[in-house]
Structures are given as C-alpha cells and as structure tokens.
Design a protein around this ligand. Structure first.
Ligand code: GCO
Ligand code: MG
Length: 408
C-alpha cells in the first residue's frame, strides 16, 4: 500500500479551497481538506514544498505512524498551518484505508452510534423581520437547530449577518475576494444591550423548543462575557460560542462562575494541548475544533475522547470554509463517537458542489455521511481547474468610537 503521489489542488468554486490528493500504487485515491480561510497558500506551500515528497514511498496504511512522523519530525510543532497540513494527510490516509476495506469510514471508527447528526444552520438578519425570515427559511429547509446573529443598531455590517435579498444566501460568508481585508465596526456595549432583546423576540415567536445558538466571535472580556451569559439565561441557549478570546484559558473560570449558559469554544485551536485547562477544569461544554484544523481524524478522536471524560461534547466547526471533504470527515467521526453534541452545517454553494461530489445527506434535520466506501466525497479535478484561486481575506474589526483594532 505504498503512496505513489501526493498533490495539492487549489480551487475557488465560489470560495477558496485547498485539497490534498494522495494515490497509492494500486490506484486508490484519498482526499484531504487543507483549507485555512484567508491563509490558503501558506498551507498549500507547506504541503507542496515540505510534505508531498516525504509522503511518496511511505506505507499509506500506517496512519498513526505518519501522524507522529509529521508532527514530531517537523520539530516546529502546532500552529494552524502545520496542523491543517497534517490534517489533510491524515484524512486522505483514512479515506484510503476505508476504501481498501470497502467500508464507509465511520465503520472503521467503531460504527454508527446514532441514526444521524443534529445540525444547526446560520440564521441571520440586519433586523428582526429579516432574522425571522431567515429562521423561517432554515425551518423550511429542515433545520431543527439554528444559530442567531443580528445587526446591532448604530453599527454597519458586523460578523455573522448575511446580506439578504436579491437571491443572496441567508448564511454568512465572511471572507471577501479582495487585495486586502475589509474593515468592520464594533461597539461591545451596544451589542450587550441589544442581543438579549433579540433572543427575547425569537423565543416569543418560536417558543421554548427550538435549540438556539449564538456566536460572540471572541469580542468580549471575561467579565463582559459573564454578563452576556447571564443576560441570555432566560432564553435557554444551546450554546454561547467564543464569548471571549481563549489564548489565556484560565479567563474562562470567571465566565463559568457567573453563568449557566453552556459555552462552546475552540474553532481557532489546533491541538489537544490548547484544550488542556478548558477540558480538565470543565470550563466549556462543547469542543468547536474542525477535523481540518486540528490534525485530522487521528488527533480529533483523541481530543474528543479526552472531552468525553469530562462530559464535554463535540460541536465541530462546519462553516463553508471547511470543504466538503472536511465536512465528510467530521460526519464520519461524529456518527461514530459517543459524545457527539451538534454539527454546524452551512451548506456549500452549487458551484462548490460541482467540484466536490458528495454523498452525505441532510434529512429531517439530521446529517448522515452516507455509505460509500471511504469518506464518500470525490473531487472533480478538471472542474476544479475552471475556478482559479482568488485572494480573499477575513475582515478586520475596529471600534466605532476611535478605530482601535478589536478582535474580529
Ligand atoms: C463559525 C465561525 C465562522 C468563522 C469562519 C472563519 O462559527 O462558523 O465563527 O464564521 O468566522 O469560519 O474562517
Ligand atoms: Mg464561530
């Protein structure tokens, strides 16, 4: 089962994706996702310039050994670029192993622990009528859980609110194709005053049953995060995500002391070590990492087993910048583990799905990875070539008051 080639494919069917194609001597092909939003070419270079030639000749079946070889062998450990590159290799090797076994990948991970994965979508609106319309669309599409983001009076375009109307999507794609990042405006006090009124209105209209989520996108200090968690308690959130930046994980202790609103965190993390304090002190309830950004299935499985010891569940990152390959990897893992919580699912554009042929399905609000051997996603490399890379960046954020750079 020797690897004979490892190739990077960069394509932009509506947005940028970096994929890894690994082939073995028997002609079995495995796919990995290496997309790091706004920094795509750095991961592509890491793979092309430093890993591809190292992989050729290795045994494709030695997944754990290859993971350790790339992680320890690179000497410079961790970081989003390194871990996305290792993830792409790892997922491609799991795809290959499952194709050899002629089984859907979740079978190799222990088999299905449930019939499907509860998914949440991104409802958003500049104001309440637009938000309600977006929630209705999500419910019509079958979603049984929704994330709620709205505009804040006095502020312009902010994180999480999609431009609506003119047939535009109702879910939010933050990266914009341009030579430099767009700038957004922020005012934390205005936000903290506004958000509880939005949840009050949503609960009044949709009742107590619908699971509601919210993403704070790293914008608050711990005491502000505590205040928000407390003010949202009457609306029974499924989770409050990224309420404060977590480079300093002990800051979550303060948030936790003050609120029973469940907390989700970690989409920007890339190893189990980033979670050591958060998990062992039970400072969060959901792990937000993506398979794509955290070293692949091999590493995510260990991270989620560690989380399980502390009754913490998965809430794997699933915006559209996780490619269909990365999404399929999350679905196989989520189906197999016991401590699955919820899966973010934004749905890729029709253009993206021309390039990536998927077999996962979304029925009755639940996702299922499908039963094709491997991941169940194949990439049409010819179709991909029609969509060349376009530089695109995530926005930066400045305070409305005095233009100080703020967390985005
Ligand atoms: C989420 C995320 C995304 C990220 C984006 C960055 O919860 O889905 O916060 O919206 O901002 O994926 O690449
Ligand atoms: Mg988020």
């Amino acid at each position: 089962m020797k690897i004979t080639s490892a190739d990077v494919i960069i394509t932009s069917p509506g947005r940028n994706f970096v994929s890894l194609r690994v082939e073995t001597e028997d002609g079995v092909v495995g796919w990995g996702d290496a997309t790091l939003n706004g920094r795509e070419l750095a991961v592509a270079s890491y793979l092309r310039d430093h890993l591809d030639s190292v992989l050729v000749g290795r045994d494709a079946s030695a997944i754990e050994d290859t993971w350790q070889y790339l992680y320890r062998g690179g000497y410079w450990r961790r970081g989003p670029v390194t871990m996305a590159a290792i993830a792409a290799v790892d997922v491609a090797l799991w795809d290959i192993k499952a194709k050899y076994a002629q089984m859907p990948l979740y079978q190799l991970l222990g088999g299905a622990s449930r019939t499907g994965l509860l998914a949440y979508g991104h409802a958003s609106g500049a104001d309440l009528p637009q938000l309600f319309e977006s929630i209705d669309r999500h419910l019509d599409a079958g979603y049984r859980a929704v994330r709620i983001q709205t505009g804040v009076p006095g502020l312009g375009q902010i994180y999480g609110v999609a431009a609506t109307g003119n047939g535009q999507r109702y879910d939010y794609e933050p990266a914009r194709a341009a030579a430099r990042p767009a700038e957004e405006q922020w005012d934390t006090r205005a936000y903290l005053r506004h958000v509880p009124t939005v949840f009050e209105a949503v609960r009044a209209k949709y009742g107590p049953e619908l699971p509601l989520l919210h993403d704070g996108h790293h914008r608050m200090t711990p005491i502000q995060a505590a205040q928000l968690g407390k003010s949202l308690e009457p609306y029974d959130l499924f989770w409050l995500e990224d309420c404060t930046p977590a480079e300093n994980p002990t800051s979550l202790r303060l948030v936790r002391q003050h609120t029973t609103t469940p907390l989700a965190l970690g989409e920007t993390f890339n190893t189990i070590w980033d979670y050591q304090t958060l998990i062992s002190e039970q400072l969060i309830d959901y792990v937000r990492s993506a398979v794509t950004h955290t070293g692949g299935i091999t590493a995510m499985r260990k991270l989620l087993d560690f989380a399980a010891m502390h009754q913490i569940k998965s809430g794997m990152h699933g915006p559209t910048d996780i490619s269909p390959i990365g999404m399929a990897a999350a679905l196989h893992l989520g189906l197999a583990i016991h401590n699955f919580g919820i899966q973010e699912y934004m749905r890729h554009s029709a253009q993206t799905l021309e390039v990536f042929q998927t077999s996962y399905r979304f029925e009755g609000g639940l996702l299922h990875p499908g039963d094709r051997p491997g991941l169940g996603v194949e990439m049409d490399v010819e179709a991909a070539a029609a969509f060349p890379y376009r530089g695109a960046y995530l926005p930066v954020n400045r305070l409305a008051l005095d233009a100080t750079v703020h967390d985005w």
